[in-house]
Ligand binder design. Structure first.
Ligand SMILES: Nc1ncnc2c1ncn2[C@@H]1O[C@H](COP(=O)(O)OP(=O)(O)OP(=O)(O)O)[C@@H](O)[C@H]1O
Ligand SMILES: [Mg+2]
Length: 244
């Protein structure tokens, strides 16, 4: 469980996160929606301390990571997380095998002899087979995204954070990524936080959808209640998403 309490983060005099509070329960598929520049990426980066918040608490499985400077402790908590960067961010000079096993090498004590089996398993989970020797330049955009996902699940995280997993993909690939996200929940029971502009996707797959505005979540509810929310910010976002 991730409990966020009164989280604040400013850049200069701009308050991006302003006393944000939310609890993400185990097994949830929690989506964060909101206009560009609202602080969605800032929020999920805080969850793994890629960004240090100014104040507030982020309690992951009972441990507060918001203010600790204990690198050993942070590393231990970060190992619980998979993080899918917006651009996939594969290492171009490494092949697929090296990309997917990267975290195993740096974050675990798993012997090298087991990497091939683990890499094969994780690639199978994202619907890829026999691509271990290819370089990122030889993959399509959708394949890169799936390899990046295989890499983020290689260390068997308890939580996966997805930043705009479908942005820039065609409808077929969007469907594939959507299925991948729900599969990760169904097959390995992972807790997911999905940041997206795609309200339709969020309403389709999530247990709860949170709408960010003014540095906090102004609505946080199950898709059915979200759709019928009287909150004007939600209604406006529904309208511009063509979902009214
Ligand atoms: N490291 C930083 N230094 C200064 N300003 C930053 C930094 N990171 C983010 N910001 C600012 O904080 C605001 C929120 O950024 P963030 O990337 O969290 O938005 P977002 O909701 O993810 O937007 P998008 O939907 O476009 O990805 C933006 O105005 C951005 O310019
Ligand atoms: Mg962003």
């Amino acid at each position: 469980m991730i409990e966020v309490r009164n989280l604040c983060k400013s850049f200069g005099d701009r308050h991006i996160l302003d006393k944000m509070s939310v609890t993400i329960r185990d097994g949830e598929l929690f989506s964060v929606i909101g206009p560009s520049g609202m602080g969605k990426s800032t929020f999920i980066k805080c969850l793994i301390r890629l960004i240090a918040p100014d104040s507030g608490e982020i309690i992951v499985d009972g441990e507060d990571i918001a203010s600790t400077s204990d690198e050993f402790r942070l590393a231990r908590i970060r190992r619980k997380f998979g993080y899918l960067f917006q651009e996939g961010a594969l290492f171009d000079s490494m092949n697929v095998f090296e990309n997917v096993s990267f975290g195993l090498k740096y974050l675990t004590d798993i012997p090298k002899s087991e990497y091939p089996k683990i890499v094969r398993e994780k690639l199978a989970l994202v619907g890829l087979k026999g691509v271990e020797n290819l370089k990122p330049a030889e993959l399509s955009g959708g394949m890169k995204k799936r390899v990046a996902l295989a890499r983020s699940i290689a260390v068997e995280p308890k939580y996966i954070l997805y930043d705009e997993p479908t942005t820039g993909l065609d409808p077929v690939m969007t469907g594939m990524v959507r299925d991948m996200i729900t599969d990760m929940r169904d097959k390995i029971g992972v807790t997911s936080v999905v940041v997206t502009h795609d309200l339709k996707l969020a309403l389709n797959i999530s247990s709860r959808v949170a709408m960010m505005s003014g540095g906090r979540f102004v609505e946080c509810s199950a898709p059915d209640s979200f759709r019928t929310s009287p909150n004007p910010v939600v209604q406006e976002f529904m309208r511009i998403s063509g979902l009214e």
